[in-house]
Write a protein that binds this ligand. Structure first.
Ligand SMILES: Nc1ncnc2c1ncn2[C@@H]1O[C@H](COP(=O)(O)OP(=O)(O)OP(=O)(O)O)[C@@H](O)[C@H]1O
Length: 561
């Protein structure tokens, strides 16, 4: 409570006091004033105790009540003070906590400040360095400017141009960099593409390898099966062909497609062949018989086709034929080229050679420097003819042209030697080298076409001199051929291939798993009966001769070394 205010009120009461005689009236008056009577009284006593004592007569209980009031007042004050003390203490605690927090904050801030001071120091160092560098650059700049000032206007122009160029260069450099960046990203994409392509390529390569090995196996199996079929038919097939003639050969009886009989001296001699071709059979019919072995040749087996018979029996007609009616030679070559062409996956190289065996001498008919005599060489089972001319052929025209060149050579040689071409053996050899582009299998084989010299006996020819020598040579080689066939038929350990040039040369085509086809040509003329019988006997003796067991890599002839 405001003390001035109380004093003011007390003053008001003091002024009113003389008029107040009754204490109760004073209290009432004070109540009217809205003041706490205890407070007012205690103030009264303190200030006007003496003067009031005399006026308050008869008020016996006044002192204890006043004391009680005093105590209660003190208690209240103490309570208030306690409350205030508590509040102060709690406030003090709060302040203490705050103080602690601020202490922490202060320490933290001091640390930060210290590190900032360090950084500032570093930056100041850096700044000093940069300032130093700047001053150096400025110095250089001043020097350059000075130098520039000294440049002649021309040099200045050049310099400006150079600077411009440099600027342009830097622009184009930037463009290039952009291009390079996009190029690099494109390269990255391409690399990714290449990577995936490589992956798919790898898997494709694997697939191709598998297909290739499958294909390889299939090809081998097909070849072996085809070969087995040929073996079942016989590796040497013998056909009989009778020449077409006006004279009817009454002595000849064509019993079936495979049987022919000869009536002589009231006896009948029967001969069995793989096929007997009647005089009216066409060149196409005759070729049918040789067709399967041509396929064998392309499969890698050595093949030989021979025409045997007396002079004039139709050997040349069968082998060579005429322009209109081509024989086995041209048809075989056509078939060979056709099969090679059909097998697109195999690359073939075909070479032709032409030989003549006359009087046990081997002559190269394709040699450009006249007729050249050759020597036969043997290396184990490999037979070679060093120096033999071989010409690559691509088509039928090539072959016809080369063969007619060889024929001319043969005629010239025959004329020189005063003989007939029919007195020699004509041998055309086709060498076939194939490489399968898928399986990689290489094959090498030969097709030997042989038009033998007339087989008539010396006694009949009544030859003398040169003719006798020729006949003896022919006889020798044909006898050797018969001996080879006989040895093969009887499975003899030794086959006398080297008994003649003819058999020596034909060794690769008459051994191993080679296939041979022999045409026995006969004359329908009764006056040739003896020779016909002899030829038929020769033919039937070689019927059903089995050559060696199959061996996939058949070719063993090497020519032209
Ligand atoms: N099947 C046939 N059809 C028609 N003509 C034929 C037949 N066979 C042979 N000739 C003809 O008979 C003649 C003699 O034939 P070719 O010259 O082929 O006999 P060759 O056995 O080769 O004789 P050489 O040993 O003298 O060479 C030829 O004029 C030929 O055209």
């Amino acid at each position: 409570m405001n003390l001035d205010f109380i004093l003011h009120r007390v003053q008001q009461v003091k002024e009113a006091l003389p008029a107040i005689t009754d204490f109760k009236e004073i209290l009432a008056a004070l109540r009217l004033c809205n003041y706490d009577p205890d407070e007012v009284i205690s103030t009264f006593f303190a200030m006007f105790g003496d003067s009031l004592q005399s006026n308050i007569n008869g008020q016996q209980n006044f002192e204890p009540i006043a004391l009680q009031r005093e105590i209660s007042k003190k208690d209240k004050k103490i309570e208030v003070l306690n409350k205030k003390l508590q509040e102060s203490e709690s406030e003090l605690e709060t302040l203490r906590l705050k103080c602690k927090y601020f202490e922490e904050e202060k320490r933290h801030l001091i640390q930060q400040a210290e590190s900032l001071y360090e950084k500032v120091a570093e930056l100041q160092n850096e700044q000093a360095k940069y300032l130093h560098e700047i001053s150096e650059i400025k110095c250089k700049n001043t020097q350059i400017t000075d130098k520039l000032q000294n440049y002649s206007p021309l040099n200045k122009g050049l310099l400006i141009k150079m600077l411009r160029d440099a600027h342009e260069l830097s622009i184009s450099n930037n463009k290039l960099r952009v291009l390079a960046t996009s190029g690099l990203s494109e390269i990255g994409l391409s690399m990714e593409h290449v990577r995936s392509m490589t992956m798919s390529l790898r898997s494709s390569t694997k697939e191709i390898e598998e297909i290739r090995s499958l294909y390889q196996r299939e090809t081998m199996e097909r070849k072996l099966l085809y070969n087995q079929l040929q073996e079942l038919r016989g590796n040497i097939r013998v056909f009989c062909r009778c020449r077409l003639d006006d004279k009817k050969g009454e002595h000849l009886e064509f019993l079936s497609d495979e049987d022919i009989a000869v009536n002589c001296n009231s006896s009948k001699k029967r001969f069995r062949y793989d096929q007997v071709f009647l005089p009216q059979c066409t060149q196409e019919d005759v070729f049918e018989g040789t067709l399967p072995i041509i396929r064998s040749c392309v499969d890698g087996y050595n093949v030989c086709i021979l025409a045997y018979g007396q002079t004039g029996s139709g050997k040349t007609y069968t082998m060579m034929g005429t322009e209109q009616k081509p024989g086995v030679n041209i048809r075989s070559i056509r078939e060979l080229l056709h099969i090679c062409h059909e097998r697109e996956r195999v690359k073939y190289v075909i070479r032709i050679s032409m030989l003549e065996i006359y009087n046990e001498g081997v002559w190269d008919l394709l040699s450009h420097d006249g007729n050249k005599q050759l020597e036969i060489r043997s290396h184990g089972k490999v037979v070679t003819l060093p120096g033999l001319t071989e010409m690559e052929v691509l088509n039928e025209e090539d072959i016809k042209r080369i063969m007619s060149f060889g024929e001319k050579n043969r005629t010239v040689a025959s004329t020189k030697m005063n003989t007939e071409s029919s007195r020699s053996h004509l041998i055309v050899i086709f060498t076939l080298n194939g490489v399968d582009t898928i399986s990689g299998i290489a094959s090498s084989s030969t097709l030997t076409l042989c038009d033998l010299a007339g087989s008539e006996r010396i006694s009949k020819t009544e030859a003398i001199g040169q003719r006798l020598v020729e006949a003896a040579a022919i006889n020798k080689s044909l006898t050797a051929l018969g001996q080879v066939f006989t040895a093969l038929k009887t499975n003899s350990l030794h086959v006398p291939y080297r008994n003649s040039k003819l058999t020596h040369l034909l060794q690769p085509s008459l051994s191993g798993q080679a296939k041979a086809c022999v045409f026995v040509n006969i004359s329908p003329d009764v006056k040739d009966l003896g020779e016909t019988l002899s030829s038929l006997q020769f033919g039937s003796s070689i019927q059903q001769i089995a050559l060696g067991k199959p061996n996939p890599q058949s070719s063993n002839i090497k020519l032209g070394h």
